[in-house]
Design a protein around this ligand. Structure first.
Ligand code: MN
Length: 240
């Protein structure tokens, strides 16, 4: 019997000043890449260096004006992050050469079901239930590399209902963008279309339906959206 479903269409993101969109291939994320955030998560950045995890490709969505509260959580957290898009792949890329593989940059949110993530973390289990769910990474339009050119400095911030929650500079990243690309390319054959979400600064916290999230990074298009109730019935039921 032939399958009746359509092939999955990979997500894509708008590019500033271009009619074409940027097709996404794979989503890599850095954990604990800012020392103050590592501490607020109960970790010592000197003993627990940054590391990588992944989000599912269907996590990526073009940031709109709303974000639908996901199912099975009572503790949805915001994480504002610089996203790096590779235009060209490579394996064992040198740090000095790494930024030449970058197509562009964007502001993104690594929305996290924190209760599920911490349950998994503390049980020594994988993080997918906390990190991977459809639409969990709303991302603003991509600015092409040459129009940004500042992946290691500039302010990164996030407000909820007009109150500043997260505020740092990209210079506080423990692993630079170039170091992240080089490191990751030792483990994976990187490809054009891959995105790296480079970690979030301190100040992560919960949002609920009705909250307005505004976020920015110097030199990049921003995000402003409202968290809305899920459309599906019973969607806010919590774990048994
Ligand atoms: Mn994150």
């Amino acid at each position: 019997m032939k399958p009746t479903h359509s092939p999955y269409v990979m997500p894509s993101l708008p590019i500033e000043g271009e009619a074409a969109r940027f097709p996404i291939r794979q989503v890599y994320c850095v954990g604990r890449n800012y020392a103050a955030h590592a501490r607020e998560m109960g970790k010592d950045p000197d003993r627990d260096p940054p590391f990588f995890f992944m989000k599912s490709v269907d996590s990526v969505v073009e940031a709109g004006t709303t974000f639908e509260y996901p199912r099975m959580t009572q503790n949805l957290h915001h994480e504002v992050e610089l996203c790096v898009f590779l235009g060209r792949g490579g394996t064992e890329i040198a740090v000095e050469d790494a930024l030449s593989h970058v197509y562009g940059y964007a502001l993104g949110l690594d929305m996290t079901r924190r209760d599920l993530q911490l349950q998994a973390r503390d049980a020594g289990r994988p993080w997918e239930f906390g990190k991977c769910f459809r639409g969990s990474a709303p991302i603003a339009p991509i600015r092409i590399r040459d129009g940004f050119g500042m992946p290691d400095r500039g302010e990164i911030w996030l407000d909820v209902n007009g109150k500043r929650r997260q505020s740092a500079t990209l210079a506080e990243q423990l692993w630079s963008v170039a170091e992240q690309i080089a490191y990751l390319s030792n483990y994976y054959d990187l490809e054009g279309g891959d995105v790296i979400m480079t970690g979030t600064p301190a100040g992560v916290g919960a949002v609920v339906p009705g909250d307005i999230i505004r976020a920015g990074i110097d030199g990049l298009p921003g995000i402003e959206l409202v968290v809305i109730e899920p459309a599906r019935q019973n969607a806010r039921k919590v774990q048994a």
